[in-house]
Every structure is written in structure tokens, then in C-alpha cells.
Design a protein around this ligand. Structure first.
Ligand code: FAD
Length: 372
């Protein structure tokens, strides 16, 4: 019998496992992949997360990670604006960050099952049964940290899957690691028809290039190569970056990303990170939000395990705090997500913002949160 079982070992799940083990609980973390591995992600970690990451043992100074303090945004026609990123962030690959947290979790005594997929979760009176392709585990509590799309969404019959009205377009995302000239302190966001592309540095002078495009435009073009040649290259910035040396034979890609609202508590299971609602990458902070959610739920789980509150009191308190911290930010993210990628609107918006540094900074700060 475990005290806490966490399904999914991304940033949310790993961070929570470390905190719960530090509080002295017997923790099980189940992850379907094997560390270390690359993920489709822009790899810009906002400053708000770094106090927490340092607290759980990630030493950004020793890892010599690039600090990101400036923003450049371009419209599909190549006009651009530059701004200071007042709070800013740090670049680190998911390959390194997730693997460092995985090692920390092992060091703290977390039982981590990798290459293991959870198939079903059942609530049995006062405990939970978690079934994988190999075994069944029992646990006093369970948390869903299984990301934006998982087999469990269907198993749990999650309402967002049938809510086609509120669903934003499905997106496809593609990522490369590149070598080539790029100013360390910058993050660049370049728009093109149907999407946008982020570029910023991570460790070892590597440039991360990650773009998202609407499924509609992607399918019209038919392949990544055609999309890059016919659409991305029209933006003069992207034309240059697409000639840089690629460090992998093939890019990483994922499809069917959607930004629909999700329930924070599903089938009585609290969800953290993308499993509780995905933030638009344009806001640059999904990683911070998933770690922040783990910081919110950890003390509540601790109270539940110490018999100070019931499971439903814990879920209610978590959902309430989740809304206080993230609801407005997610709304801002969804709004931005809807307007970007539309060439005409982006060209106009950039034209307006170029004349107002204050408005630009307001938008940037709406997408960044407080230190946790
Ligand atoms: C294109 C793109 C760019 C982005 N860029 C940025 C950025 O620059 N900065 C930023 O802060 N955020 C960014 N984000 C968002 C960020 O990647 C996510 O918000 C973050 O990874 C969420 O972490 P998580 O722990 O919730 O989920 P994940 O990191 O996705 O982890 C979920 C884990 O659960 C596992 N899993 C799923 N189902 C099961 C199962 N049944 N059993 C076992 N394991 C399971 C998966 O294998 C996965 O490892 C970006 C997102 C996209 C799509």
C-alpha cells in the first residue's frame, strides 16, 4: 500500500513525488516512457519557477544555463518588435530537466516505474487501485499528472473529449535542436500563417526551435517539409533559422494538441499540470504552472494523509486554490492563442504594440505568474 501514487512523470508528477517523499510518505510514480528523453516543448522556464527548482535541488548555476531577458516577436510579414522581459526565464532542455528531477526522485526514495502505462484507476472504499499493463498497485491517494493527452482521458471518460463546441483548433507541434548564431538572452517568437515558432537557447549552446501550427494548415500542406518550405519560410527570420544545422536526424512532433478546458477533479482524482488544463505555449509557462500546481497540492495531500482533512475537503481546497492561481492566466493564454497565427491580425497587433512599450509589457506580465 503506497501513501501517494502519481500517474505521469513529467514536471508536475516528478516535482510532486519529490515533495511528498521529502514529507516522509511512501510514493509511487508511474511513467510510460524511459528517462532521459526529449519532449516537444519550447524549453523556456519562467523565473517564477526557479526558487522552487533550486529548493528541490536543481542547480542552474552549476549547469550553466542561459538566462533569457529579452523578447523579439515578428509578424508573418517580418515586421517585429523587441522588448525587455522584465521577469524573464532560463533555458534548459526537457531531456536534462526531467532526467535531473527523475534522479532526485530516486535519491529521495520514490519508487519510479518507467516504461509502465497506467491502464485504469479505481476508487475502492478508502483506497485506490491502479492497474498497469503488468500489475495492480494499492494506494491511499492518487494524483493525475499524465499531461495533455493520455489513454486515461478516454478511460476516465473526461468531459472535454466530447465538448467539441469549446474546443479550439487542434494543433500540431514540431521541435528541433539546432546549432547556429543566436543571442543568448533572447527568446524569439515568429508568427506565420496558422501558427508561431519559438526559439531560445538551452544548455551547451544549443538552440531550441519549437513551432505549433493549426491542424488545418498542416493537413493542407501535407508534410513538415512542405509546411516549412511554403509557409514558415515566408517569415524572413524563420527562413534563416531553417538553414541552421539540425542536431537530430528527424524533428520531434506531436499532433492533436487542443486547448479545451478540463476538469481539475475528474472521477474524484485531482489533476495537476496539463492534465488539469493546458496553457497555450505562447504564454511560455505551462512548465511553471505544472510545478506550481504540485506545490499547491503537496501540503493538502499531507493533511489528508495525516487524517486532518477528508479526501473531498482536499479536492475542494485544491480546486479552489488552482482557480485563484491559474484561471485568469489560462484565459489570457486562450485569448492570445486565438489571435496569433492569423496573419492579418498579428500584423496589425504588432503594428499597434510597436508604439506602446507599456501595453507590450502588460501582455508579457499577464502571461507570467508569481514566484512559488
Ligand atoms: C509546442 C509546445 C511548446 C511549449 N513550450 C513551453 C515553454 O517554452 N515553456 C513552458 O513553460 N511550457 C511550454 N509548454 C508547455 C509544457 O510543455 C507543459 O505545460 C508541461 O510539460 C506540462 O507538464 P506535465 O507534467 O503536466 O505534463 P508532461 O510533461 O506532458 O508529462 C506527462 C507525463 O505523463 C506520462 N503519461 C501519460 N499517460 C500515462 C499513463 N497512462 N501512464 C503512465 N504515464 C503516462 C507521459 O508519458 C508524460 O511523461 C509547451 C507546450 C507545447 C505543446
Amino acid at each position: 500500500m503506497y501513501d501517494v501514487s502519481i500517474i505521469g512523470g513529467g514536471l508536475g508528477g516528478l516535482s510532486l513525488s519529490i515533495q511528498m517523499a521529502e514529507l516522509g510518505w511512501k510514493v509511487l510514480l508511474i511513467e510510460k516512457k524511459e528517462y532521459p528523453f526529449h519532449r516537444v516543448c519550447g524549453e523556456y522556464v519562467a523565473t517564477e519557477s526557479w526558487d522552487f527548482l533550486r529548493r528541490i535541488g536543481i542547480d542552474d548555476k552549476a549547469l550553466q544555463l542561459p538566462k533569457i531577458t529579452q523578447l523579439l516577436v515578428s509578424a508573418p510579414n517580418g515586421q517585429y518588435l523587441e522588448s525587455e522581459l522584465t521577469t524573464g526565464g532560463i533555458g534548459i532542455s526537457r531531456y536534462l530537466l526531467d532526467d535531473s528531477l527523475y534522479k532526485k526522485a530516486l535519491e529521495k526514495g520514490v519508487t519510479v516505474l518507467t516504461k509502465t502505462t497506467v491502464q485504469a484507476v479505481y476508487e475502492i472504499s478508502d483506497y485506490w487501485e491502479i492497474t498497469t499493463q503488468k500489475d495492480t498497485y494499492m494506494s491511499k491517494s492518487v494524483v493525475g499528472a499524465f499531461g495533455k493527452r493520455s489513454n486515461l482521458d478516454h478511460k476516465l471518460n473526461r468531459s472535454y473529449l466530447s465538448d467539441s463546441k469549446s474546443r479550439l483548433n487542434h494543433f500540431v507541434a514540431v521541435k528541433y535542436h539546432l546549432k547556429g548564431n543566436f543571442d543568448d538572452p533572447k527568446i524569439e517568437l515568429h508568427n506565420f500563417e496558422g501558427g508561431y515558432c519559438g526559439l531560445s537557447k538551452v544548455e551547451n549552446d544549443v538552440l531550441c526551435m519549437c513551432y505549433m501550427v493549426s491542424g488545418k494548415v498542416f493537413h493542407r500542406e501535407g508534410s513538415i517539409e512542405a509546411l516549412e518550405e511554403n509557409i514558415l519560410q515566408k517569415n524572413p527570420f524563420l527562413k534563416k533559422y531553417l538553414t541552421y544545422t539540425r542536431l537530430w536526424k528527424k524533428p520531434l512532433s506531436i499532433a492533436q494538441i487542443d486547448f479545451s478546458k478540463k476538469d481539475i477533479i475528474e472521477n474524484n482524482i485531482p489533476m495537476i499540470g496539463d492534465a488539469s488544463g493546458l496553457i497555450a505555449p505562447l504564454c511560455g509557462n505551462g512548465m511553471s504552472m505544472s510545478m506550481h500546481a504540485s506545490v499547491i497540492i503537496a501540503p493538502l495531500l499531507d493533511q489528508f494523509l495525516n487524517d486532518k482533512i477528508s479526501w473531498s475537503e482536499m479536492n475542494n481546497a485544491y480546486a479552489q486554490q488552482w482557480k485563484v492561481h491559474f484561471k485568469t492566466r489560462l484565459r489570457a493564454g486562450r485569448l492570445l492563442q486565438q489571435s496569433f497565427g492569423k496573419s492579418f491580425i498579428t500584423n496589425i497587433v504588432l503594428q499597434i504594440l510597436k508604439g506602446s512599450d507599456t501595453a507590450t509589457k502588460k501582455i508579457i506580465s499577464a502571461t507570467h505568474g508569481e514566484v512559488f
